[in-house]
Design a protein around this ligand. Structure first.
Ligand SMILES: *Cc1c(COP(=O)(O)O)cnc(C)c1O
Length: 354
């Protein structure tokens, strides 16, 4: 994929910049087409939406409350707001998207609930740090911890194992915390672990999941899945007030039917993961570049000398270095081509040679 460049004839290559640079996959597109044949009731009161909710319930093998919003920031912040009062606090990893990339939306939509940050290796919360943060104070002057938010797959392309998620859930239960999962890349985590979705969600104590669609081949949209149905009380009003109630809801929901019925939600994610692993294994053959985190989902973080990164940019590659620990992030998607990986690896080799 290339784009017009103001950069002296260098073709800009965005293939690995982010998984949301990819387009809409066939399964999602065909579902939208099918939903476009005629009229349907608005604001989610339509058959597509009812069926999409049913498919999500089947996927998780439990009766849950399902809502659909336009993006992940809304899904995360509205979900978290429904877990807390304004005098509570939300504990999350210091690199969590809800902290670093949502412009304070969680605090805003919860009317000021404080976000408390904890460290942890590989983008996962350290349970000791969580324990410390929530138990160091219990007096009335401290914002009362009420929710624990984890990202699965993490911002650093790692994945909480089933056992790790169970430990998160147990700790939360011990301290009466609700558990939120930012699953912008939930499908990548499921594909990576090769487990049933329930094993890393409600069976491990997750109360509410932000289930990402956009980065996995949808045009737009994320599902908010409440396994703890009581917490979904009046969530529809939250969505409406936040400008997240689509009037033509069927175009957000019909793709979930096609994606879940065809299995594309999982095959797309598995493809992206496999591409990332291929990239990792190819790069590991090169000297002068270090893979920073184990590649468990669809991103590869590389550490290279600044001059090599510059050289790679000079060859037209567009990538981000502000995510994670300053390394360069290469993100694979459902639409990543094997040839693109070969081309990137070739250019990394050239960049390293100076
Ligand atoms: C992309 C992403 C989101 C959602 O971002 P939006 O741009 O608001 O859709 C949420 N969490 C993580 C970890 C993400 O990578």
């Amino acid at each position: 994929m290339t784009t017009a460049s103001g950069n002296e004839g260098v073709q800009l290559k965005y293939n690995f910049a982010s998984d949301n640079y990819a387009g809409i996959c066939n399964e999602a597109w065909r579902s939208m087409e099918a939903a476009n044949r005629g009229l349907a009731s608005s604001y989610g009161d339509d058959l597509w939406t009812a069926k999409a909710c049913e498919r999500v319930r089947e996927l998780f093998e439990i009766d849950c409350e399902v809502f659909f919003v336009f993006n992940g920031t809304a899904a995360n912040s509205l979900a978290l707001a429904s877990l807390c009062q304004s005098y509570h606090s939300i504990v999350c990893h210091e690199m969590a998207h809800v902290e670093t990339d949502e412009c304070g939306a969680s605090e805003f939509f919860s009317n000021g609930t404080k976000v408390l940050l904890v460290p942890g290796a590989n983008g996962k919360v350290s349970l000791d740090a969580v324990e410390h943060t929530i138990s160091r104070r219990s007096d009335i002057h401290y914002p009362k911890p009420k929710a624990l938010s984890v990202t699965q797959a993490t911002e650093l392309g790692t994945v909480y194992s089933v056992a790790e998620m169970q430990a998160v859930g147990e700790l939360a239960k011990r301290h009466s915390l609700h558990v939120h999962m930012d699953g912008a890349r939930f499908a990548n985590a499921v594909a990576s672990l090769n487990v049933e979705p329930k094993e890393i969600t409600w069976q491990a104590g997750v109360d509410v999941l932000t289930f990402g669609g956009t980065k996995n081949g949808f045009a737009v949209g994320e599902a908010v899945v409440f396994f703890n149905k009581e917490l979904a009380f009046e969530f529809d009003y939250r969505c409406k007030q936040a400008g997240q109630l689509a009037s033509k809801m069927r175009f957000l929901t019909a793709p979930w039917i096609g994606m879940l019925e065809s299995g594309a939600w999982l095959t797309n994610a598995a493809h992206a993961n496999n591409c990332a692993r291929l990239l990792e294994s190819e790069v590991k053959k090169l000297a002068g570049v270090r893979v920073m985190f184990e590649t468990q989902a669809n991103s590869v973080f590389l550490e290279m000398a600044p001059a090599a990164l510059e050289a790679l940019r000079g060859l037209g590659w567009h990538f981000y270095t502000f995510i994670g620990s300053g390394g360069a992030r290469f993100m694979c998607s459902w639409d990543t081509k094997i040839d693109d990986i070969a081309e990137l690896v070739r250019d990394i080799r050239i960049a390293l040679a100076g």
